[in-house]
Design a protein around this ligand. Structure first.
Ligand code: 5GP
Ligand code: ZN
Length: 111
């Protein structure tokens, strides 16, 4: 997707503060952090949102979920962490490349 911001970050065309990368996913710091730790995990495959998933994404989504606790631990979030996935305009999704927010640290507001 040539006009997708997160695809451009994945391609290295736009800089980001990357904390983890492998062949399937990229994890980088949110540019406007809403908590002490605020990371975004994205699949390298362009998928618009959860609403566009199909069975072919089963392994990838499982892979992403299983990576989250280790990433949170590496960020020092031993007391817990919050994950958020916005899906669609009505949810507040502004970047239409599937991403998981990983949030934590002190002063995490109630939800
Ligand atoms: P959404 O509302 O779509 O779930 O979240 C998109 C997130 O992307 C927001 O938290 C926003 O701060 C973050 N964001 C937007 N533009 C950039 C950018 O250029 N770089 C980084 N690292 N994060 C961005
Ligand atoms: Zn994309």
């Amino acid at each position: 997707m040539s006009d997708c911001l997160f695809c451009k970050i994945i391609a290295g065309e736009i800089p980001a503060d990357i904390v983890y990368e492998d062949d399937k996913i990229l994890v980088f710091k949110d540019i406007y952090p809403k908590a002490d730790v605020h990371l975004l995990m994205v699949p390298k495959l362009h998928i618009e949102s959860l609403a566009k998933l199909d069975q072919s994404h089963n392994d990838l989504m499982g892979y992403m979920m299983l990576k989250l606790p280790g990433l949170a631990n590496d960020q020092g979030l031993t007391g817990g962490f919050r994950t958020i996935i916005n899906t669609g305009k009505g949810s507040g999704q502004i970047i239409f490349h599937l991403h998981i927010h990983l949030l934590g640290g002190k002063n995490l507001p109630g939800f």
